[in-house]
Write a protein that binds this ligand. Structure first.
Ligand SMILES: Cc1ncc(COP(=O)(O)O)c(C=O)c1O
Length: 464
């Protein structure tokens, strides 16, 4: 493995983590109470981690009371290039001085970002990509991809996978499998089906992990080919190359390759949702590159806006460009500051070879976590790629009974020691580790040490 020499040390607040006293501190308490009184009951993150951020740099966040936290969740994959990255901010500020909004007129940052996306797109999309900007959120990109697929094929049905998450707008929500998100909003889009995702730790076919001959894929092939399966031929199949919300579930080798082969044979467009996995997160610019596949449509969001600006889009092969002018509209399909930041973010990622940095650090963290797994019996599985890592926590390794309570306790314990980690998983029992890719080895290991201490402390307490 090539060692990348990048000096990312100056991007973070020095001295992290630094906890000055009891958390939340006095100013944080005041703002948390204010939020409670003012904001819709819908807010969620501060209910788990009572963080009140004031300023952030690189992989560190300073709260209103001056405590400095290590950030191991990067806004769930938004801040791949680091909080307030000065190089990207400079590009954004320069654009802000010129023009901020221009609908879809071809202002320079719009064209520049599309050119860069075309250059870095995976597989055969490289050099042949078209870009369609949606509204600002990832869900908007998913909506756009659904519309494109329906237009291109003249079909209506859609197929997604169990464990999937594709967003919260009506179409995207229909493709997201979590019952708790969906069931109060039914009916959603008609003719949407789910096939089993190869979640090998909890194999849907109860097979020995990795040695099943890709049963999930065979089952899907049956569904598609059997005229009596009840499934209408889909306009598209949407897949996360590694499931994020579903628990950082890495499919076995060959799954995406075979899925690509099957969808090509059946003439079904494949939408690869890279909203969470894109822009270096998994050790490649896009996670589909690990399998060498070419998506028909690739949805992007989160890190696309460079430094936290909301921006999303669909990148697809020019042969699918059948949408009519105005066939997908939206006032905010082009925020020029976000586009300038996105273009600068891609430059920063390439100049510093962040995917390689993520790959190297990821291997180091995975190795350390596997050692920890030998000491902490509640760690059922350690998995991931690059800086996208999941620790699946269980009550007992034999029964694999999920342990979401332990994940919540770990999050709080880590917070109190100056580390921010988020959760994931169908049962909420996965610790999701996804720091900004600019994190240094030193900071990553510091964070890991805090996580290890929290896990040791909590599991000893639990087994007493
Ligand atoms: C894979 C994937 N797709 C789509 C989305 C939806 O993006 P947004 O929350 O920006 O609407 C997410 C969000 O976490 C995601 O992880």
């Amino acid at each position: 493995m090539r060692e990348v020499k990048v000096d990312l040390t100056g991007l973070h607040f020095p001295g992290a983590p630094l906890v000055r006293g009891e958390l939340p501190g006095p100013k944080a308490k005041e703002l948390l109470a204010a939020q409670q009184g003012l904001e819709s009951n819908v807010f969620k993150y501060p209910r788990v981690i009572p963080l009140v951020p004031e300023e952030a740099r690189g992989a560190t966040i300073r709260d209103v009371d001056g405590n400095i936290f290590l950030d191991f969740f990067a806004g769930i994959g938004v801040l791949n290039f680091g909080h307030s990255n000065p190089q990207i901010l400079a590009a954004a500020r320069a654009q802000e001085e010129k023009i901020i909004h221009a609908l879809d007129f071809p202002a320079p940052p719009r064209v520049e970002l599309m050119r860069k996306l075309k250059e870095i797109a995976p597989g055969e999309l490289r050099g042949h990509a078209k870009v369609m900007f949606g509204g600002p959120s990832g869900s908007d990109a998913v909506e756009g991809a659904i519309k494109l697929a329906k237009l291109c094929t003249g079909r209506h049905a859609l197929l997604a996978f169990s464990g999937s998450y594709h967003g919260q707008t009506a179409g995207a929500l229909t493709l997201s499998s979590g019952r708790s998100y969906r069931e109060k909003h039914l009916p959603l889009l008609p003719e949407v089906h789910f096939a089993p995702y190869p979640y090998c730790y909890r194999c849907p076919f109860k097979q020995v992990p990795q040695r099943c001959g890709l049963l999930c894929l065979n089952y899907l092939a049956e569904l598609l080919r059997d005229p009596y399966s009840g499934l209408a031929k889909p306009a598209a199949i949407i897949v996360e190359p590694i499931q994020g919300e579903g628990g950082v579930v890495v499919p076995p080798d060959g799954f995406l390759v075979e899925l690509r082969r099957l969808t090509a044979e059946e003439e079904i467009p494949l939408i690869v949702d890279e909203i969470q996995t894109g822009f270096g997160r998994t050790g490649r610019i896009f996670a589909s590159e690990h399998s060498g596949i070419t998506p028909d449509f690739m949805t992007l969001g989160k890190a696309l806006g460079g430094v936290g600006y909301p921006l999303s889009g669909v990148v697809y092969h020019e042969r699918w460009d059948t949408v009519e002018p105005g066939g997908h509209m939206g006032t905010f399909r082009g925020h020029l500051v976000a586009m300038a930041a996105g273009a600068a973010g891609i430059d920063f990622m390439l100049e510093n070879d962040l995917p390689e940095h993520a790959a190297r650090l990821g291997e180091l963290l995975l190795a350390e976590l596997r050692k920890l797994q030998q000491e902490v019996l509640q760690i059922g599985e350690v998995r991931g790629r690059g800086l996208f890592i999941g620790l699946e926590l269980v009550k007992d390794r034999e029964t694999k009974e999920p342990n979401p309570e332990l994940v919540k306790a770990v999050q709080l314990e880590c917070f109190e020691r100056g580390l921010l980690v988020w959760s994931a998983g169908r049962y909420g029992n996965v610790v999701r580790i996804m720091p900004p890719l600019v994190i240094t080895e030193e900071l990553a290991l510091k964070g890991l040490e805090i996580l290890a201490r929290a896990l040791h402390g909590l599991t000893k307490r639990a087994s007493r």
